[in-house]
Design a protein around this ligand. Structure first.
Ligand SMILES: Nc1ncnc2c1ncn2[C@@H]1O[C@H](COP(=O)(O)OP(=O)(O)OP(=O)(O)O)[C@@H](O)[C@H]1O
Ligand SMILES: [Mg+2]
Length: 256
């Protein structure tokens, strides 16, 4: 469903935010991308969404090239960011109606919206409430309901669980299972190793724009993910720490 081919993004001719990424995500599969701050996760998602242009390579969504046919490709994608974009003065149902119609589905009924909101676990009393009173978890749920209504085949999520409390985070994983059971292809970025290991069918680790590790479910279950993550992601910091340590040693020598 998602096929990333040699995807590369260089900012300002210097920052190689994503470097020659190759990856596929199938329908009914949850792919989780781990990586430190600045690893290139958001840039990857922005490239797949067609928000920014790649320096090289492309991504195919449902076989459609996001660079060559962005409007067609975008029909098959839904996006849930850390802070879901909603209209605060609209009710939940009105937001759902607005974004569903924007996504090209003009025939949806009130019943369809309510059904989608029930599926993501929003309480009935919230359907008619303005979303500016919603908690972060409720906004996330509505974001997923929008994705369900759009009937997107690919759902991209950028750190969707950040800022959710433990229960909200756990419930969010259940929502992802709902999407998976609907045969969506799911690509999610996170810093949360614990949740990643619970939910991922396949898992990648990005470091400085490179995909440095790729694991299947059976490996994820067995592995000490924390250790593997540290090994790959901390190497950059080790170099820096090394330099600082050397400088300190020299200073000490001078004083003596
Ligand atoms: N618009 C931009 N212009 C220049 N550099 C950018 C831009 N956006 C991102 N970068 C750089 O690209 C690299 C990757 O950033 P990106 O936001 O993709 O990382 P990330 O993995 O999402 O990090 P985080 O976990 O902090 O969200 C970083 O070095 C970042 O500074
Ligand atoms: Mg990011």
């Amino acid at each position: 469903m998602l096929e990333i081919q040699n995807l590369t993004k260089v900012y300002d001719n210097t920052i190689r935010a994503v470097n020659n990424l190759n990856l596929t995500v199938e329908s009914g599969e949850i792919f989780v991308m781990l990586g430190a701050n600045g690893a290139g996760k958001t840039t990857t998602i922005d490239l797949i969404l067609g928000f920014i242009e790649p320096t090289e390579g492309t991504a195919l969504i449902n076989g459609i090239d996001i660079v060559k046919e962005p409007l067609e490709a975008k029909k098959y994608v839904a996006y849930v960011s850390e802070n879901v974009m909603l209209y605060g003065n609209f009710t939940a149902r009105q937001n759902l109606d607005f974004f569903t119609k924007l996504g090209g589905n003009k025939d949806a009924t009130k019943e369809d919206y309510d059904e989608a909101m029930r599926r993501v676990g929003l309480p009935e009393e919230a359907f008619k409430r303005r979303v500016k009173s919603f908690s972060k978890g409720m906004r996330q749920r509505l974001g997923i309901a929008i994705a369900i209504m759009k009937n997107a085949k690919l759902v991209l999520l950028d750190e969707p669980t950040s800022g959710l409390d433990p229960r909200g985070g756990a419930e969010f994983l259940e929502l992802l299972q709902v999407l998976k059971s609907e045969e969506k292809a799911i690509f999610m970025s996170t810093h949360d190793i614990f949740r990643a290991s619970q939910i991922a069918d396949r898992l990648g680790i990005m470091s400085k724009g490179n995909l440095v590790a790729l694991m299947e479910r059976d490996e994820i279950v067995k592995a000490d993910l924390q250790e593997i993550y540290m090994e790959y992601v901390q190497s950059y910091n080790y170099d820096q720490v090394g330099e600082v340590a050397e400088t300190i040693t020299e200073d000490t020598d001078d004083e003596r």
